[in-house]
Design a binder for this molecule. Sequence first.
Ligand code: NDP
Length: 294
Amino acid sequence: MTANPPTSLSLLGLGAMGSALARTWLAAGHPLTVWNRTPARADSLAALGAKTSDTAAGAVAANTLVVLCLLDDDSVGAALDGVDLTGRDLVNLTTTTPAQARARAAWAEERGARYLDGGIMAVPPMIGVPEAGGYVLYSGSAELFAAHGATLAVPAGTTYVGADAGFAALHDVALLSAMYGMFAGAAHAFALIRREAVDPVAFAPLLADWLTAMSGSVHGTAARLRSGEYTGGVVSPLAMQVAGTPTFLATAEEQGVSPELLAPYFGLMRRRLAEGSGEEDLTGVVDLLLRESP
Ligand code: NDP
C-alpha cells in the first residue's frame, strides 16, 4: 500500500505571508501553482519548483484546491473578478471581518465553489515551524476542511471553529483584541517604572509571570457568562476592586503617567457598580459593552 501523493494546489497572493505558506507546501512536496498581482514576487518560488501563472484565472483553473492570501477582502474581489470558480475549493486566508467572510462565502457558493475561511494566528516566521505554536482558525465548509485538512496543516496547525464562515474571522479578531488589551496594560506598567531606577529587563519576567497567572481568569468569566450567575464564589468583588482604583490613578499621577489606557476600564467598573452589582466579579463589564443591536 502506498501513501497518497501530496495534494496539488494553487495559491493566490505572495506577500510576506503567502510566500511563507508557499515555501512550506513546496518543501513538503506539494505541487504548487502560484499567482501574484506583481509577477516578480513569484520568481524565488519558481526557483523552488512552483509553477507560475500569469493570471489569477489560470491559477484557479490549475487545481481544485485554491488558497487565497491577499491583503484584504477588496483585493480578493479584484483578483477573482470574472474568474470561473465552478467546482473549486476556495480557502481564503485573507484577514477580513466576519460579515465580509460570510458575504464572500455566499459569493463563492453562488459561483459553484465550496468555501472555507481562515484566520491566521501566526506571523510569517512561525509558518512551517510547528514548535512556534502558530495555527490557523478555519470556518465554513466542513466537507472542504475534511477533504483538505492534511494539506492545510502543512504550514501551521489547524483549528476548525464551525460551519459559519464568519467564525474564523470572529475568533481571530476576538483573540487579537484581547491581545491588544494585554499590550495596553503592559504599556501602562512599563510607563509606571519608566523614570525610576527599575530595570525594565528585570521587571519583564515579573510582568510576564503575573499576566500568565491572571490569564486563567478567563475560564471563570466564561463559566459565569454561560450560567448567567455572576455572584457565586466571587473572590474579588467589584465593590472592593472599584474601591482600589483611586490608588491606581493616584500612582499614575505620582509617576507622571497618563491614565488614558486604564481609565476607560475603570469607568466601566464604576458604571457596573452603580447598577448595584458590587457583589459580582468583573464579568458584568462584558454586558456593559454590548450595544442594543450590532
Ligand atoms: P503583504 O502586504 O505582504 O502582501 C499583500 C498581498 O496582497 C500581495 O500579494 C499583494 O500583491 C496582494 N494584493 C494587494 N492588493 C491587491 C489587489 N487589489 N489585487 C490583487 N492582489 C492584491 O501582506 P501579507 O502577505 O503579510 O498578508 C496577507 C494576508 O495575511 C493579510 O490579510 C494579512 O492580514 C494576513 N496575515 C498576515 C500576517 C503577517 O504577520 N504578515 C499575520 C496574520 C495574518 P502585490 O505583491 O502585487 O502588491
